[in-house]
Design a protein around this ligand. Sequence first.
Ligand code: V47
Length: 485
Amino acid sequence: MSGQQDQTVVDHHKHEQFMSQPESPTSDVHPGHRRTSGAPPSEDGQPHVRPEQIGPAVFERIRQRPGYDTALDDIVDAVASGRRLNVAQGETVFATPDIWSVISLGDVYRRRLHGDIAYYNVNRHLNYSNVCALSCKFCAFHRKKDDDGAYQYSIDEIREEAVKAAASGATEIHIVGGLHPWLPFSYYTEMMTAIKESAPALHIKAFTAVEIVHLARISKRGRDKQDGIKAVLQDLKDAGLDSLPGGGAEVFDDRVHDEAFKGKIRGEQWLDVHRAAHELGINTNATMLYGHIETRRDRLHHMQLLREQQDRTLREWAVKFGVGLQKAVNHDGEEHEAVVLTGPDTNGRQPQAGDTPNGYHQTIIPLPFFPDKSDLEHLPSPSGLENLRTLAVSRLMLDNIPHVKAFWIMQTLAMAQLQLKAGADDIDGTVVWYDITKVGGTGTSQECSVSDLTRAIREAGFRPVERDTLYRPVARQGSAWSIAG
Ligand code: V47
C-alpha cells in the first residue's frame, strides 16, 4: 500500500448550487425535512432523521471568527460545496492551530447527515478469553495460557452472559477475544448458536478481522485465502453472527504495523476480511488506533484506504438509488468514482441495512491509545485536543461512512460530549464490562446508565436516539424493546 496523495475532480456547477441552497430567515442552520429512506418517526412524533441544509452564512461565520486560519480557505469551500477533501487538505486540517474551525467543519458534515440526532445503544461486551498467541506491544489485555489472570469462558458461561444481557434490555452483545491457540473452530460456532438459542433478539456483533483470519487457519481454510475467509464468515453467519465490530484495524501502515503489531494481520488483510463480510451481506465497523508511534500522515492514509474500499462497496447502492458519483483520484494516483454522502449527490439518502444484498462500513471509531500496562507505556496518551481534532478529521475525510462513534469508554463521557460537537453522531452504549483498556487503571467495570448517556447528549445540544446495531431506532419500555416504526 502506498501513500500517494489523492485529488478530487468535481462538477463545479452542481456544487455551487449545493452551496447556495436557501436559508431560513430566522436561522442559518435549519431542518431540511429530508427523511432518510424508511426511517420511522421518533417517540416525539418528529421524523427520525432531519438532516440539515447548511447555508452560506455558516461558512461566512467560520471565516469571520477571530483567529480564523486562511490556510483553511479551500477546505471551507470544499465542505460548503460537498466536495471530497484530499489528503493534502486533511494534513492542513490536522496542522492548523484554528481548532474552532476544525470543530465547526466536522459539525457541518454531522448535521448534513444526522441533523441534531446523537445515537446510543444498550449493549454488553463479552471478552471470551484473554489468552492470545500474539503479544502486540500496544495491548495490555493479552495473557499466555499459564499466566496469572488468564481466562476463558465455557459455552455455558457465555450462554449465561447472553441471558443476563437480554434480561437487562441489551439489544447487542459485542464479543471479541485473543487468538486462543487451542480452542477449536466449533467453540466459536457453538458460541453463536448458544447465544441465539438463549437470547434470540440479541444482535451478535463479534470477532475482529484478525480473529476471523485466525479462525480460517484453525479450521484449515487459511490456505484458501479469500475463499477461506468467506467460508468462515458464512459458517459463523449461519450459526448466528450478525455483524463484525471494527477492531484490529489499528493503523494501516506496514512500518507501524511491524513495529507495534508484529504478527497481527496487515491492513490489506483487514480490508479483505471486511470486503468478504460485505459481500456476504454482513455490516461492519472500522476503527483507527492512534496516538502511539504513527504519524498524522499515517492516519490520513488509513482513512484514505477505508474510504476507497467504501466507494467500491457502496457503488451498487449508489446506482440503485440514483446517488451521483464524484470523480476522485485514489492513493495509487488512479481515477475512480467516489460515493460522497456529505455532498449534494445523495438525494437525501444514506445507506440502510437491507438496501442492497451487500453490507458496508457503518461506523468509524477513532480509538485513542492508552499506554498503561502495555509495552509502549513510556509514550504519552494523545491529548484532549488531539482526540477532538482526530475525530473531526475522521468525519471530514470519511465522507462515505455514515456514522462516527466517540466511544465514551476510551474517550471518557466528557470528551465524547465535546466530540459530538466536532462530528460524532454516536457515543456507543451502556457497556457494563470492558476489559481491553482500563481508563486510568480504575478497574474493569465501566457502566453508564441510559439516563447518564441521554443527559450527556442533551447537555451537548443533541437529541438522543436509542439505536440497534444497524442504526434502526429502538422503542423501549424498561427492558422490553422493539424496532420503532
Ligand atoms: O482492536 C487495544 C484497541 C480495539 C489498546 O465496532 C487499544 O462498535 C487503545 O474495536 N489503547 C478493540 N486501544 C475495541 C474496538 C471497539 C470498541 C468499541 C466499539 C467498537 C465497534 C469496536 O481496542 C482493538 C485495538 O485496536 N486497543 N489496546 C490500547 N492500549
